[in-house]
Ligand binder design. Structure first.
Ligand SMILES: Nc1nc2c(ncn2[C@@H]2O[C@H](COP(=O)(O)OP(=O)(O)O)[C@@H](O)[C@H]2O)c(=O)[nH]1
Ligand SMILES: [Mg+2]
Length: 389
């Protein structure tokens, strides 16, 4: 029987105090590269090869966090892992989301230094050693920036995306109070201990984890020390971008949520936004039925309510809960639950509104109170029962 002498290790207090020295002695990874993927099979082998060239001589690992990509990205990652023991894959089933994928990837590594980069070869991996050097030298975060020094968005962004990225950068500056050249970058390195401290404050909804990291750390009272490393954003050659109007809406939701200090969750803001469009649909349908088709008010009101609820369900399923999207039978089941929750919410709306109206409030105030009451109720109930967390 082999007896392991643990005292020998604990005696070495220098090594215990310094995680990097310990990692070096054990051969454990010092630097983890987290790559969130959705349908990036065509890029994964080239990415691994490029990382091997750039990071030769370092103890590093690649962690692919794949959201059950239909193109089999995870299968390829596991296959690569059998040939390269420093490649691992976390496959998530029934969930989508860039930010939560990055968070889970970072939380899964022991490496004291971590980088997040895209899996589509748009980020220039050759700056990783420079980013590592910055965080080793004391920066909390090293950001790969397209807009500083020699950096550029190159051929990687269309004029519209470039404009959108500039506007988002402006909005982010308002939020962080830091004049950072590229807060929207998805390419950054961070000290793991710093990340672990901030992690409980991060929102796992949305696309922009770096922005969230900076804002959340600053709100905790420690503005992070940030270094910037320029690079040129490459054009995507294989696979497709997941950027969409949906992602832009989610970004704006995250922005307002962070502006409220996190009091209003992004999903509540998006749920309310969807609710407003539902009111417009309701009124539009009601007008059409009663004035154009001369249908009686009660049947028209019932039809308009059903149509608006159905609209709200599908829009929430698409935007607010994109990460937990219900499909097939589950969507039908979810729709019925949504009808049930909203009907109870409707009763709550009328009861609260009439109670407040009885207190001699003006109708608009009473109506508003009822509407706020039912949206909070609908949000809470559907979040718990329809789109389970
Ligand atoms: N795990 C995971 N990865 C995602 C998701 N959406 C995008 N990605 C990955 O995030 C990276 C950046 O996405 P991309 O579509 O290239 O964004 P763009 O560069 O802004 O157009 C890529 O590696 C994508 O595969 C997602 O929902 N889950
Ligand atoms: Mg990309």
């Amino acid at each position: 029987m082999t007896v392991i002498d643990f005292t020998a290790a604990t005696d070495n207090s220098d090594l215990m105090a310094d995680p990097v020295a310990r990692a070096n002695r054990s051969g454990a990874p010092e630097f983890a590269i987290i790559v969130p993927t959705f349908n990036e099979r065509a890029n994964l082998l080239a990415l691994t090869t490029k990382l091997e060239t750039t990071l030769a001589g370092l103890d590093w690992e690649l962690i692919v966090v794949d959201d059950d990509s239909p193109d089999g990205t995870a299968d390829l990652a596991w296959q690569l892992g059998r040939e390269h023991p420093n490649v691992r894959c976390i496959k998530r089933i029934g969930r989508r989301g860039l930010a939560s994928a990055c968070i889970e990837g970072i939380l899964s590594t022991n490496a004291p230094f971590v980088a997040v980069m895209d899996g589509d070869l748009q980020h220039d991996e050759t700056i990783l050693p420079a980013m590592l050097a910055k965080i080793k030298a004391g920066a909390d975060i090293a950001v790969g920036s397209r807009y500083v020094g020699d950096g550029s968005s190159g051929e990687g962004l269309s004029p519209l995306r470039k404009w959108g990225s500039e506007q988002a950068t402006r909005l982010s500056t308002l939020l962080t109070g830091q004049t950072l050249s590229d807060p929207m970058s998805g390419f950054f390195a961070v000290r793991r201990d710093f990340f672990i401290d901030v992690a409980p404050k991060l929102s796992d909804e949305g696309f922009k984890i770096l922005l969230d990291l900076i804002v959340s750390a600053s709100r905790q009272g420690t503005a992070p020390a940030i270094a910037e490393v320029p690079y040129t954003f490459r054009a995507r050659t294989a696979g497709e971008s997941k950027m969409s109007p949906l992602v832009v809406t989610q970004f704006l939701g995250l922005w307002v949520s962070k502006l409220s200090g996190g009091v209003l969750p992004t999903s509540f803001l998006l749920f309310s936004l969807v609710g407003f469009t539902g009111i417009a649909i309701h009124l539009g349908v009601l007008t059409l039925f009663t004035t154009v088709w001369n249908i009686g008010f009660i049947p028209a009101q019932i039809a308009a309510t059903l149509i608006a609820m159905t609209w709200n369900f599908f829009l929430n399923n698409w935007i607010t809960y994109a990460d937990k999207k219900l499909r097939g039978w589950k969507a039908l089941q979810g729709l019925l639950l949504f009808y049930a929750a909203c009907s109870i919410g409707g009763i709550a709306n009328v009861s609260v509104a009439s109670m407040i109206y009885d207190l001699r409030a003006v109708p608009i105030v009473a109506g508003l109170a009822g509407a706020v009451m039912s949206s909070v109720f609908n949000y809470a109930v559907t979040r718990t029962f329809t789109w389970r967390s």
